[in-house]
Every structure is written in structure tokens, then in C-alpha cells.
Design a binder for this molecule. Structure first.
Ligand code: IPM
Ligand code: MG
Length: 361
């Protein structure tokens, strides 16, 4: 089992160190190899995704990823910005299926900005298509003004595009996931989020998801416009089960869903290709404002490592051990600042990681 470890920028190295600590404590035989990615790679090698880093990820069964980005790179040409590393990894490894579960842990129900009743027991799964849509449409760019001057551009454009096979395969992933959740007591429902009232791309999306859905008579399918979905997510989030949507809408809705759970610092994610090779990362960013201070919550990354064990390394039992350990530390009242509330114990990044290792039993 080979794991590529890509800590990245900002809080990335601190949180990934805690996840590695937890993996080490499992006593399974992993081969782990680290490489630079994002701004850190740009500083050292002049590129956010150096060839060696990409190759390491390609050769590994799974990649554990921290976060990338810092304001200081905002003035770089787009292909050199840290974010291009994650987009490049997704595209080059064909990681089209992004799983972003939003689970509200009972101990954290009061950390949510929504009322307790709305989020208590929340367990939804957002499945975001990750290698198509306006993120990767061609052509994109700016049209230079007639005087040929840059930055005198007159307009800028990106194109939204999906192909039939791209929509079919993500739809299958969503229906299969709903089936699995149904077997475990879930309602067996897929909500496909689109903007078919305005965009051709998403009328196409809706038609194809409907076609695929016909192959899953045991799963209920409904369709929702993205603006309404955003509203329903904060109004009655528990009505959702599996949500499937495109790259752009999924980016936005998954951040909104993350906050329902109390903290984006709690949410793991998995991005898989058709060979179950995966990239695992917390749903949050690099948080440069708190980097290096030991304040970051490592639980999203630790839970991402659990998803990695489950989806790419076939170690369900180890995955559950980690997830139970996380529940246990929360039950002990340990909280990083992002989830701290009166009456609980404030701990730093490394203390939280140590506590999870202890709780592994
Ligand atoms: C995410 C992030 C990325 C995205 C950025 C960093 C490119 O926001 O993973 O949600 O937009 O996909
Ligand atoms: Mg995002």
C-alpha cells in the first residue's frame, strides 16, 4: 500500500502531520512518501505541481493531501498558482468523483450556526463531479482590447461543458452510493442539482441523470435548481440524502453544507477515479492566517485518512477505528478553537492528533 503524502501550504503541513501520526499508529504496513505541492513547490521548483510530485501521486494507491494556497501567490500567472496543483492532480489522475459527506456529530450540534433541531442527526453526502464543467471548459481566457494592450482586456470568458459519459459515470456513482446508504438504513434518495431553467449544459445534465436513474428503480430521484438547493440546505438540510451535482455548483454547495456541521474543520473528502485510486483531503483550505500556530483542527484530515483506508486501501476496519477514535475525543470534550464552546477543553493541533492516537485503543 503506497501513499503519496502532499502537505502543501499554510496549515497543510501541521494537519497532515497529525493524520500521518494516526496512520503510523495503526500498525499496518504502508509505504509513505512526501513531496512538495502548491506554493511550497513553486518556491522550491518554480511550479506548483512538479513532474516528480505528479508521478509520485500517479504511482501511489492513494494521495493524502493537505491544502494549498496563500495570498502571496495571487499575482502569479494562473498556471503557476498553487490551486493549479490540485486541479492538475484531479485532471491527470482522472479523479472525477468527489465525495463530501456532511455529518453533524452529536457532540458538535451546538457549534453549528443553525438551530439544533435542524442539524442534529444530519448525515448527507454531496457528490461533486470534479473534472468537467466550467472548471475545465475550453477555450477560456480574456479577449485583448483592440489596442492590443494587456491588461486592457475587453471581456473574459470560461465555457461550461459536459459530455454524456462524464455525466453518466458520476450519476452511477451517486445512485450506487445511495444504494449503499439505503442498505445501511438510509432513505435511498438522490437529488440532482442543476440550473436547467437557464443553462443548456444543465438541461443535458438533468436528462442524462434521469436516464441513468431509470436503471435504479429502488432509488428515488428528484431534481432541484441550484439556487433552491442552496436555500433548502439551510432550511431543511436533513431532507437530503445523496446530492449529485456538477463541479462548480458542487464547490459552492459543499462549503455551505460543511458549515451546517459546525465547522469546516471537521469535513473530510475523497476524490476517486475509475480504478479507486484516490486523493484525500480536508474540505477546507490552507488558512494562512492561522498557519504555524498549532490552532488548526486536524480532524478533517484524520477523517480523510479514514476515507482513504476505506475507499482506496481496502481497510474498512482501520477506517472505523479512526472514526470511532475521533468520536471518542469529541466525547472527551477536546476541541480545537474552531469547535470550542463553553465547558469544553481547548486543545491545539498536535494535542488533538495525540488524543486520537490514544483513543485508537
Ligand atoms: C475545493 C477548492 C478548490 C476548488 C480550489 C482550491 C481550486 O475550493 O476543493 O473546493 O475550487 O475545487
Ligand atoms: Mg471549494
Amino acid at each position: 500500500m503506497k501513499i503519496a503524502v502532499l502537505p502543501g501550504d499554510g496549515i497543510g503541513p501541521e494537519i497532515v502531520a497529525e493524520a500521518v501520526k494516526v496512520l503510523d499508529a495503526l500498525d499496518l504496513s504502508f509505504e509513505m512518501e512526501s513531496a512538495l505541492v502548491g506554493g511550497a513547490a513553486f518556491d522550491a521548483h518554480g511550479h506548483p505541481l512538479p513532474e516528480a510530485t505528479l508521478q509520485l501521486a500517479k504511482d501511489a494507491d492513494a494521495t493524502l493531501f493537505g491544502a494549498v494556497g496563500d495570498w502571496k501567490y495571487d499575482t502569479l500567472d494562473r498556471p503557476l498558482r498553487p490551486e493549479q496543483a490540485i486541479l492538475g492532480l484531479r485532471k491527470n489522475l482522472g479523479l472525477f468523483a468527489n465525495f463530501r459527506p456532511a455529518i453533524c456529530y452529536p457532540q458538535l450540534v451546538d457549534a453549528s450556526s443553525l438551530k439544533r433541531d435542524l442539524v442534529s442527526g444530519l448525515d448527507i453526502l454531496i457528490i461533486r463531479e470534479l473534472t468537467g464543467d466550467i472548471y475545465f471548459g475550453q477555450p477560456r481566457g480574456r479577449r485583448i482590447a483592440t489596442d492590443g494592450h494587456f491588461p486592457g482586456a475587453e471581456e473574459a470568458f470560461d465555457t461550461m461543458r459536459y459530455s454524456r459519459p462524464e455525466i453518466e459515470r458520476i450519476a452511477h456513482v451517486a445512485f450506487e452510493a445511495a444504494r449503499k446508504r439505503k442498505a445501511a438504513g438510509g432513505p435511498g434518495r438522490v437529488t440532482s442539482v442543476d440550473k436547467a431553467n437557464v443553462l443548456e449544459t444543465f438541461q443535458f445534465w438533468k436528462d442524462i441523470v434521469t436516464e441513468v436513474g431509470a436503471q435504479y428503480p429502488d432509488i428515488a430521484l428528484d431534481h432541484m435548481y441550484v439556487d433552491n438547493a442552496a436555500m433548502q440546505l439551510v432550511k431543511a438540510p436533513k431532507k437530503f440524502d445523496v446530492v449529485v451535482t456538477g463541479n462548480m455548483f458542487g464547490d459552492i454547495l459543499s462549503d455551505a453544507a460543511a458549515m451546517l456541521t459546525g465547522s469546516i474543520g471537521m469535513l473530510p473528502s475523497a476524490s476517486l477515479n475509475d480504478r479507486n485510486q484516490g486523493l484525500y483531503e480536508p474540505s477546507h483550505g490552507s488558512a494562512p492566517d492561522i498557519a504555524g500556530k498549532g490552532l488548526a483542527n486536524p480532524l478533517a484530515t484524520i477523517l480523510s485518512a479514514a476515507m482513504m483506508l476505506r475507499f482506496s486501501l481496502n481497510q474498512e476496519e482501520a477506517a472505523r477505528r479512526i472514526e470511532s477514535a475521533v468520536q471518542a475525543v469529541l466525547a472527551q470534550g477536546l476541541r480545537t478553537p474552531d469547535i470550542w464552546s463553553e465547558g469544553t477543553t481547548k486543545v491545539g493541533t498536535a494535542q488533538m492528533g495525540d488524543a486520537v492516537v490514544q483513543a485508537l485503543g
